[in-house]
Write a protein that binds this ligand. Structure first.
Ligand code: AMP
Ligand code: MN
Ligand code: MN
Ligand code: MN
Length: 274
């Protein structure tokens, strides 16, 4: 069975709209797909799930949070989209994202001595919520940086001037919004945070203490050895294992939808409890 439980649409920082994303998944013969946009479930307003054939859609989201000052992403999978508490949480995150965009724009304007980038960034984001990749695209469009990568490296990445993280809801809150909506809370791409093993285990302690029950053992941007390392931790902690490409677009750097290493047989797949 082909499963991809981590993808992005134009409702956040992906390049395909939700129907386009689903169509691509059908072409790739994916059996189970989740669209997990950053801090929004708007994609699910754009697709008619009961009418889709040959694919099971799992409602999902990727929440932004901070833990001990580190930016962390939590996937909410198999969530009830109609749950009011979840919806209020999403609204709170979207308001925080909007405020953060204003602050990033202010900082970049001052630092780079440029016009307010926000109107152009808003246009780039289109009908999606604004994220740092939209700022990066703006800097590339205006030849301020040569590439998105350089834009992150110099201005938007971890610890740089455009990295404004303080406004997200805390780990316990985002985890509760997921579980209250009958969803499974999954720690996204655990290796991306570059935590020591001890700190990663502490993060998992806090996450499971708050109701988290899964971790992403397979992510598009990791190799087999890293997957096996995560599988060991996942099994030792008795957690459910998830897998996803983290597909954003066809451009280089992102893994293709549905293409990543296989979930190790030793793991309990997250979908076994749905
Ligand atoms: P945000 O959700 O606004 O905090 O932005 C985070 C997003 O930026 C991630 O989900 C990635 O899609 C993207 N991103 C992070 N680092 C890079 C990078 N070096 N190059 C391109 N995109 C990146
Ligand atoms: Mn992203
Ligand atoms: Mn992420
Ligand atoms: Mn993602």
């Amino acid at each position: 069975m082909k499963v991809d439980l981590h993808t992005h649409s134009t409702r956040s920082d992906g390049s395909l709209d939700p129907p386009g994303l689903v169509m691509l998944a059908q072409q790739r013969r994916i059996d189970m797909l989740s669209i997990t946009d950053h801090d929004t479930i708007a994609a699910y307003r754009d697709i008619d799930v009961p009418k889709l054939s040959g694919i099971r859609i799992i409602a999902g989201i990727e929440f932004s949070t901070t833990w001990r000052g580190v930016g962390i992403h939590i996937l909410g999978l198999n969530i009830d989209l109609d749950n009011r508490e979840l919806q209020r949480g999403v609204d709170q995150q979207l308001a925080a994202r909007e405020q953060r965009a204003v602050e990033i724009a202010r900082r970049l304007q001052k630092k780079l001595d440029i016009d307010d980038p926000l109107p152009a960034v808003r246009a780039i984001a289109g009908h999606g919520n604004i994220g740092r990749p939209h700022f990066a695209r703006h800097l590339v469009n205006n030849e301020i940086t040569k590439s998105m990568d350089v834009a992150f490296h110099k201005y938007l990445g971890s610890g740089k001037i455009g990295d404004v993280r303080e406004s997200w809801a805390d780990l316990a809150s985002v985890t509760r919004w997921i579980t209250v909506a009958n969803g499974t809370a999954v720690l996204a791409h655990p290796l991306k945070y570059k935590l020591t093993r001890t700190r990663l285990l502490e993060l998992l302690d806090d996450f499971t203490g708050a109701g988290g029950s899964g971790m992403e053992v397979v992510n598009g941007q990791q190799n087999e050895e890293q997957t096996l390392k995560l599988a060991k931790i996942c099994n030792a902690r008795g957690l459910l294992a998830s897998c996803g490409s983290d597909f954003h677009n066809m451009e280089s750097g992102w893994s293709a939808m549905g293409s990543y290493s296989k979930l190790p047989d030793s793991c309990t797949p997250v979908w076994s409890c749905w």
